[in-house]
Design a protein around this ligand. Sequence first.
Ligand SMILES: Cc1cc2nc3c(=O)[nH]c(=O)nc-3n(C[C@H](O)[C@H](O)[C@H](O)COP(=O)(O)OP(=O)(O)OC[C@H]3O[C@@H](n4cnc5c(N)ncnc54)[C@H](O)[C@@H]3O)c2cc1C
Length: 380
Amino acid sequence: MTMPMPDDHPLGPPADERSWVRVATELAAGFAATTDEADRTARLPVENLRALHAGGLDQATLPRELGGQSLSYRTVGAVLRVLAAADPSTACLWLMHIGAAEGLVRHGTPELARYYADELIAGRRFANALSEPSGGNQFLSPQQVAEPVDGGYRLTGAKRFVSGCEIADHFLVNALVDGQPTLFGLEPDHTVTFEPQDTLGLRATRSHLVGLNGTVLRSDRRCPPSPVPKPNHIAAGLAWLSLGIADTALDTLVRYARGRTLPSTGRPLADEQHLQFDVADAVLRLEAAALVAHNSAWLADRDSPHFLPSALRAKPTANRVARDIAQLCLQVGGGSGFVATSPIQRIFRDAQTGWLMAHSVEFCLNHIGTEVVRAPGEQP
Ligand SMILES: Cc1cc2nc3c(=O)[nH]c(=O)nc-3n(C[C@H](O)[C@H](O)[C@H](O)COP(=O)(O)OP(=O)(O)OC[C@H]3O[C@@H](n4cnc5c(N)ncnc54)[C@H](O)[C@@H]3O)c2cc1C
């Protein structure tokens, strides 16, 4: 549908990792069969997550020294795009899973890193419990304070939209400790509760409100402060979720337009020139958004200081394209796409989520705009 990236393109997955994209592509073909049913019933696609683990993808994301393959951000991006095109909820759950595990492995002491790597290899599930109800975009600067108690810090509060929380064996949680944002690994006990939120899009992620009711964050699961921000899967990966949704929106609208004959002309809807112009515009924007994401992943693989600014560009660019192509898909589907049994309404709802997820499009635009218009040397 869009121009394929040549295999030897430097921004694409490295040659020795392309087999992982093939693994994901084969699995995704099976996942697509249950996407709409899992969305309708808001059921966690646990079997998909198990298949990704069994296929070796979870372990491959770990650093080599911990038994993984140090999979590049370029490859993880391509994998996420393929998964999101087939089942966006599965892709989101997998991203949060490997992202939380990466956080605990990377920020932990060597002993903790080994522990969490072994847990990921053994098939345990990870989730991010970072966003607070008072302001999800400030998830790196928590407001909730954990008070010192024997063996750790007690936290009473809540985390919002925690994808896959009900099956998580480990949470990556943050809280204010001595006035500093501090990360912990948390194994849920009876003090951790789940309150359904039933999000409008990505329903199968079951991104619930997690209550922490006097929960003790153990000192021996506390991550030491991180010296410098590094590329990470979630910052790098969110753009790719939207690209996958945009791929499916484009594919769906073109198939529908080819198959729908207009009674007034006796010709397929696809023959209408206004639609061809809209589709051409969608293709151009999707190809451009994909290149921005590929470039950002390439910067992440080089551990470049330009990665974070590039991720703040890649994400909103992809989020907007997904939302706009899903809107066009709904427009082309007309009334047939606006009924609960149509995959088009599900694609339309799923396409809204990337925009909201932190950092939201407005947050990114605010950041970029401020940087651009500020006078040289002027402080924010
Ligand atoms: C399907 C789904 C799955 C998710 N999964 C997870 C998960 O697994 N773990 C997790 O921790 N979180 C998860 N989230 C939460 C997500 O990452 C965001 O934190 C959350 O969606 C944002 O919450 P909010 O809208 O309440 O944020 P708010 O920050 O309150 O934003 C409200 C509004 O203010 C705007 N705004 C905020 N800050 C700025 C700014 N600086 N400049 C300009 N505008 C601004 C926003 O754009 C938005 O319009 C998920 C969310 C969704 C929708």
